[in-house]
Design a protein around this ligand. Structure first.
Ligand SMILES: C[S@@+](CC[C@H](N)C(=O)[O-])C[C@H]1O[C@@H](n2cnc3c(N)ncnc32)[C@H](O)[C@@H]1O
Length: 204
């Protein structure tokens, strides 16, 4: 695919996000995932990991009716003022026991668009991304409801398959999805883990 054509597509999503008042064009990846898998429902409690600047949470707010969203990010640039949205400024690797214990089996859905700062070294970047995903799944062991689901971004890398094989038994279904709105040259994918089973005690 030519560089000019790629730029055109990126520009298309950028303009669309601006017009539709979303804070980032990443929203269209979540929209595509939800159009296909219908995982966001009215009344849902959602944990949105790596939520800044906030387009996924904006989209989630449109879908959850009287549900609730907790968004977490290291960055502070989240400007959502909606009483159904709570922002936690922090690093998921430092998430405390108090949060995990007070939110036991609370969330119907965990979304994570969290990505490491990229180094340009594909191996290092995919390992760092997988470390985030493993942490997301560890958090889910405490706070995700039975039958709850996870949508998590990951960079493709050599250890991804082993991880997916390991978590497969903890969910009804696991799929890897590449949205059309994700840049073709990017090696990001989304792990869609549908309906957690009762016991998920895998050591991630
Ligand atoms: C691609 S952006 C997310 C965009 C967001 N989904 C949206 O639609 O606006 C990735 C975010 O992950 C956050 N992030 C990366 N590592 C994190 C960590 N360990 N804990 C919390 N947030 C993290 C970054 O600060 C960044 O804001």
């Amino acid at each position: 695919m030519g560089y000019t054509f790629l730029k055109k597509i990126q520009n298309h999503y950028f303009k669309k996000a601006k017009k539709e008042k979303y804070s980032a064009r990443s929203v269209y990846k979540l929209e595509e995932i939800n159009n296909k898998y219908q995982l966001i429902k009215n009344g849902f409690q959602v944990l949105d990991i790596g939520c800044a600047p906030g387009s996924w949470s904006q989209y989630l707010l449109k879908k959850i009716g009287n549900g609730k969203i907790v968004g977490i990010d290291i960055k502070k640039n989240v400007q959502i003022s909606d009483k159904r949205f709570t922002f936690i400024h922090g690093n998921i690797f430092h998430i405390d026991e108090k949060f995990l214990n007070s939110n036991k089996n609370t969330f119907d859905l965990i979304t994570s668009d969290a990505a490491p700062n990229t180094t340009g070294n594909k191996f290092v970047d995919s390992q760092n991304s997988l470390a985030i995903v493993k942490k997301v799944f560890r958090i889910a062991q405490s706070v995700l409801k039975i039958n709850g689901s996870i949508i998590a971004k990951v960079f493709q890398g050599e250890d991804l398959k082993a991880f997916i094989d390991g978590v497969r038994k903890d969910f009804l279904k696991i799929v890897l999805f590449k949205p059309k709105s994700s840049r073709k040259e990017s090696y990001e994918l989304f792990i869609i883990a549908i309906k957690r089973n009762e016991n998920i005690d895998t050591k991630y």
